[in-house]
Write a protein that binds this ligand. Structure first.
Ligand SMILES: Cc1cc2nc3c(=O)[nH]c(=O)nc-3n(C[C@H](O)[C@H](O)[C@H](O)COP(=O)(O)OP(=O)(O)OC[C@H]3O[C@@H](n4cnc5c(N)ncnc54)[C@H](O)[C@@H]3O)c2cc1C
Length: 455
């Protein structure tokens, strides 16, 4: 029971901002500022151009969402989301081979990005203490020479200044937080970057039960020497979302024949077969994502009180790992638990926990990208040793479902990557990598027959 509610302003009503509002709604009166018009909820809005691209919700993200928004999994299912076993109903092609397909007992929830955001927004909008306001945040209002943030300047003439005890910046990659902090004379954080320059092309197709031999999705991951990949996911309303992507600027075209040629160049035929068999529903859409960027707020000694940065504004990841929304949900959950214990020293406490959440995701995404010697980033000797082991792990996971399951759990952020180097797994990797198939004459690894199929 809170005798007096605080006042919070959250900037940005996308996934991170909406979930932050939910997290704060028990302790604060929350105003969420969003520069996009709310009438564009289920359509493709300007502020989040990536909404048109395939998004996957990792199992750990789904768990965090369900904890923040009780009953949310039921909302997703009622809206037509497709529940699948990620190791049985989908195929992960790693280094060109399928990991062993087997029932894993895990569940993936496949839902389109606009639908997911719409459902989150509906839930958050219905909260008594949350109001979503159509306005742009222009800057911070501060006291004590910038040591305390006390509000936000907005474009709304009715509320040009909104007072707040807590301001949360959830404005995504284009966040102006660093600029605002610089203006206050506050310290700004260093960043880590991995420049993988990924280009995405997504197109939707009509789903039919016989496509992909009844599987509900696949991922063809890029690997050193072959910086291209693709994925297909069965979504609500009988749709396939198909994405083709190239690292280091290897550019999939949006022109039909060239897209197909790109898909045919992948080490397995599944995606090309699907694209040939299925009816296209829209025009392909392209997006470029130059680098994963992480801002190390956790390393700053001092933070202005009453101001937090979260979601993509804090760290944005190579989208091929599908982590952004899940990390935002996990951060929101951490925020909820932290504020329930009080707001004293909140920024430092929040960044400390957020850094741990981000560490786990960053290790996967940046670690995977740094397998490519051409990708700029901090390549360490430990990464090289670990990547050597993980090469063997991926090979062994083609023949050993237990290794496959752990890989899926790690990829879904359910367990830490260290699970792949447990003593039991080391032995399995040694044995499995000997049993796995050799590479073919083309230089591609031979795809595992259990996963390769036709449409
Ligand atoms: C191509 C691509 C594919 C992706 N695929 C996946 C995936 O498969 N799985 C996954 O989990 N994640 C994926 N992501 C990442 C995911 O989209 C983000 O992590 C997610 O949207 C959370 O971001 P966010 O809420 O922090 O910021 P954003 O989604 O970028 O939203 C920021 C919001 O702030 C608003 N805003 C900005 N400035 C202001 C201002 N000054 N005042 C008011 N409002 C403002 C914007 O209009 C917008 O609504 C992908 C990203 C890309 C680019």
């Amino acid at each position: 029971m809170y005798l007096e509610r605080g006042r919070a302003v959250v900037i940005g009503a996308s996934i991170a901002g909406l979930l932050a509002a939910q997290a704060l709604s028990k302790t604060h009166k929350v105003v969420v500022l969003e520069r996009d018009d709310s009438t564009t909820q289920l359509v493709l809005r300007k502020g989040v151009p990536q909404r048109r691209q395939l998004h996957v919700l990792l199992a750990q993200g789904a768990k965090a969402l369900a904890e923040l928004l009780p009953g949310f999994t039921d909302d997703l299912v009622a809206a037509g989301a497709v529940l699948t076993d990620p190791q049985l109903d989908q195929t992960y092609y790693l280094d060109g081979r399928a990991i062993a397909r087997a029932p894993s007992g895990l569940t993936s929830i496949n839902v389109s990005r606009p639908r997911l955001e719409h459902l989150v927004r509906q839930r958050v909008e219905s909260l008594e203490h949350v109001k979503i306001q159509h306005a742009e945040a222009l800057g911070l209002i501060t006291e004590r020479d910038g040591a305390v943030v006390t509000g936000v300047q907005t474009t709304d003439p009715r509320t040009p200044q909104l007072a707040a005890d807590l301001v949360v910046d959830a404005t995504g990659r284009g966040s102006r937080a660093l600029h605002w902090l610089g203006e206050l004379g506050a310290s700004t954080p260093d960043s880590s970057r991995v420049e993988m320059d990924v280009i995405y092309v997504t197109r939707h197709y009509r789903w039919k039960a016989h496509h992909l031999d009844g599987r509900h999705g696949l991922l063809v991951a890029p690997f050193p020497g072959f910086p291209r990949g693709g994925a297909a996911v069965h979504l609500e309303e009988d749709q396939w979302a198909v994405v083709l992507f190239g690292l280091m600027g290897k550019d999939p075209s949006t022109e039909e024949a060239e897209m197909l040629a790109f898909a045919k160049s992948l080490p397995v035929p599944d995606l090309a077969n699907l694209m040939e068999a299925a009816e296209p529903l829209d025009k392909p859409v392209k997006m470029r994502y130059p680098a994963s960027v992480r801002w190390h707020f956790e390393k700053l000694r001092q933070h202005p009180a009453g101001f937090l940065v979260m979601g993509d504004a804090l760290c944005s990841f190579n989208p091929t790992y599908g982590q952004g929304m899940s990390v935002a949900a996990m951060e929101a959950l951490a925020l909820r638990d932290l504020v329930s214990a009080g707001t004293g020293g909140l920024p430092a406490r929040f960044y400390r926990i957020a850094a741990k959440i981000i560490d786990a995701a960053w290790a996967l995404a940046a670690g995977g990208d740094l397998r490519f010697p051409e990708i700029k980033g901090r390549h360490t000797p430990i990464d090289r040793v670990l990547n050597g082991y993980l090469d063997r792990y991926r090979l062994a996971a083609c023949v050993d479902p237990t290794l496959g399951r752990t890989f899926v759990q790690v990829a879904q952020m359910l367990v830490p990557a260290s699970a792949m180097v447990s003593p039991g797994h080391l032995i399995r990797v040694l044995r499995g990598s000997r049993r796995a198939l050799p590479r073919d004459g083309m230089g591609f690894p031979v795809p595992n027959s259990s996963g390769a199929g036709t449409s």
